[in-house]
Write a protein that binds this ligand. Structure first.
Ligand code: MRU
Ligand code: ZN
Length: 235
């Protein structure tokens, strides 16, 4: 088998749960939630020593398995910013998602197996109504969210805190402030980006997905509570 056939084998599988099949399917469902419209947002999956990433700037609901990039984890190059190493690149003229360095934060700092980025309007509205550095909510259905995204589940009696970082014109430039926020708030399962969206991770794609759903629900109800003049915490 030639090396290009070998690299194609990294994304061609009849298993619907193979990351190269899952990413297109999940992006389609996220599109219908309004999370990844206009080419924004996405999901990456790390399976052992391989990371599967979607292309940049494409309609995320129309991705095919052959569009997926595969990278080794950890990277052998000094930084995932520069001289990025690939096991497989699509033959089309595509570039890997600009979110790659941010997804990498979730692997390196939280040992995540998957990270989701959405442009959900609930997340964006939360960053506009919570004008400080943290989104907080308590006494809601927060127990679907895990401590730090990869730890034990939160309890109804915990207060959920999510840091908010300031947006930058280029996605890559969020890498350092996201990493700082993750270190400062070790219990947070995600990081909100003001006027932009949210990054959420989990030990695997299922937990990243369900936690993104839980957090999106909390952003939505939190925004409604604020707009109704209600406090979002009882503590
Ligand atoms: C609509 S452009 C949005 C991008 O700059 C970025 O924020 C994003 O979410 C997706 O980046 P991409 O490189 O297309 O995966
Ligand atoms: Zn984005």
């Amino acid at each position: 088998m030639s090396s290009s056939e070998n690299s194609e084998a990294l994304v061609l599988s009849s298993d619907p749960l193979h990351p190269a099949n899952l990413i297109p399917e999940l992006c389609r469902s996220f599109y219908h939630l309004g999370w990844v419209t206009g080419t924004g947002g996405g999901i990456c999956i790390r399976a052992g020593d391989k990371v599967y990433i979607a292309p940049s700037g494409v309609q995320k609901e129309r991705i095919e398995p052959t569009h997926i990039f595969v990278l080794p984890y950890p990277q052998v190059a000094p930084s995932p910013h520069t001289d990025r190493v690939f096991l497989r690149r699509p033959s089309l003229n595509l570039k890997e998602s600009a979110c790659t360095p941010l997804f990498w934060n979730s692997f390196e700092i939280r040992d995540a197996g998957s990270c989701i980025h959405t442009h959900s309007q609930h997340a964006v509205m939360a960053t506009l109504l919570w004008t400080g550095p943290v989104f907080t909510i308590s006494h809601q259905m927060i127990k679907g969210v895990r401590v730090g995204g990869t730890g034990p589940a939160l309890s109804y009696l915990d207060t959920l805190e999510l840091p908010i970082i300031e947006n930058t014109p280029n996605e890559e430039d969020l890498k350092d402030s996201m990493a700082e926020a993750m270190i400062k708030y070790p219990n947070a399962a995600g990081v909100l980006v003001r006027r932009h969206g949210v990054y959420v991770w989990g030990t695997d794609w299922e937990k990243a997905k369900t936690q993104t759903e839980c957090l999106d629900y909390l952003f939505e109800i939190g925004v409604k509570m604020k707009l109704a003049g209600l406090s979002t915490t009882l503590n």
